[in-house]
Design a protein around this ligand. Sequence first.
Ligand SMILES: *[C@@H]1O[C@H](CO)[C@@H](O)[C@H](O)[C@H]1NC(C)=O
Ligand SMILES: *[C@@H]1O[C@H](CO)[C@@H](O)[C@H](O)[C@H]1NC(C)=O
Ligand SMILES: *[C@@H]1O[C@H](CO)[C@@H](O)[C@H](O)[C@H]1NC(C)=O
Ligand SMILES: *[C@@H]1O[C@H](CO)[C@@H](O)[C@H](O)[C@H]1NC(C)=O
Length: 416
Amino acid sequence: MFTKQTLTAFVGALAMASAKTISASDEYPSAAEIASAQASVLPYSPVSNVKGLAFNRFAQIWIENTDYSTAAADANFAKLAKEGILLTNYFALTHPSEPNYCASAAGDNFGMDNDDFHQLPANISTLADLFDTKKIAWGEYQEDMPYAGYQGYRYPESGSNEYVRKHNPLVLFDSVTNDAVRPRQIKNFTTFYEDLKHESIPQYMFITPNMTNDAHDSDITVAGDFLARFVPPLLKNEYFSKDTLILVTFDETDTYADPNRVYSFLVGGAVPEHLKGTTDDTFYTHYSIIASLSANWGLPSLGRWDCGANLLKLVAEKTGYTNWEVDTDNLYINETYPGPLSDGDYSTYEPLWPVPATSGKCSAGHGIADIVKTTWKGHEATYNYNSPIPYNSNSGTNVGVKYWRTIKGKKVEHST
Ligand SMILES: *[C@@H]1O[C@H](CO)[C@@H](O)[C@H](O)[C@H]1NC(C)=O
Ligand SMILES: *[C@@H]1O[C@H](CO)[C@@H](O)[C@H](O)[C@H]1NC(C)=O
Ligand SMILES: *[C@@H]1O[C@H](CO)[C@@H](O)[C@H](O)[C@H]1NC(C)=O
Ligand SMILES: *[C@@H]1O[C@H](CO)[C@@H](O)[C@H](O)[C@H]1NC(C)=O
């Protein structure tokens, strides 16, 4: 039998053995490699038409590093938000950028507290696995990506910043990039207009403007101008907008000492007429989007922080799910808890990679994805993923926050 100590060492050694060695050509492919891929890799644009409860298509557009009040003061953001529903209680998850993008795809940030070159192991599932259970076509549009599925750290590799890997959620995962087809669904933004022309826009898409248009290397006015050019024509395009929900949000606030509440709104043909120009103060996080996509299309959960996340009200009203109310008075969702992708040394953590839940209904109501259940069978969930707020009792991150809801006249209250 192993003692606890030898087991830890053993698990640590296994993790080291299976950890990928990142080579310079992964991070910075040569000009010849890029040119050859540009000439040979074709973007792939599958289509599908799986009816959802509240929308048939979902697009999220992420802008960068801006405090709520700054975004609210921009005329273009405010004007666009008035055409839909302003979400006044929507939180990003940590700092800096990359862990937020990672979390939007996988339901966790795995301790990431940096913008490094990461490749998450093949046993980490993502939204792509959920969509593939029902053949719901998905894609990403990344402005200034040199070709579909490019895995480099940035492009161009030197000089002014345009495309950056850290703002590309699905490219971070081996479960996506090891596949023959999936990388080709991570496309250059120019392909968006091709897909629009050919009516081959997917049912789910993540859109990342370049480092200027997303306010990262510029400011909110530049991002507002970008949105004012990009979004209104889409709203008028019947093919694109019919039954479509567009979320505009931010990866994180600019001020790290801020609670990390980000300016977010929903527009598009799926927003009912009577809700245009209204606000919704339900507590949401980036994890709420995964949960809402699952609930909308009857998909399972990743069994991570998406499991207990509140659902967009538009979706919750269709499924009859009662969202949690959260006491946000002292809530700061601005720090990463320990984990394997942290700059700290967690090599002796057990388990190194947090284990997802493999049972339970989750807020979306359809249980846990089979691939997650099979992969993590027999391991105990690391966290209480039924909570609408991510927290970690060991490090004390987000601990002591009250959340409650009333079902059939009975109030249930918990605390993280
Ligand atoms: C998942 O992959 C990581 C990295 O390769 C490994 O350390 C861990 O043991 C794996 N866990 C399971 C349950 O497959
Ligand atoms: C990628 O998109 C950018 C604009 O987003 C465009 O300038 C560039 O030509 C595109 N590259 C390819 C290979 O299509
Ligand atoms: C970003 O995209 C815009 C077009 O949308 C383009 O004009 C600009 O050159 C791109 N790159 C940078 C670094 O601004
Ligand atoms: C999070 O916010 C609190 C409260 O403002 C602050 O003390 C803390 O330093 C912030 N954390 C980070 C990582 O900036």
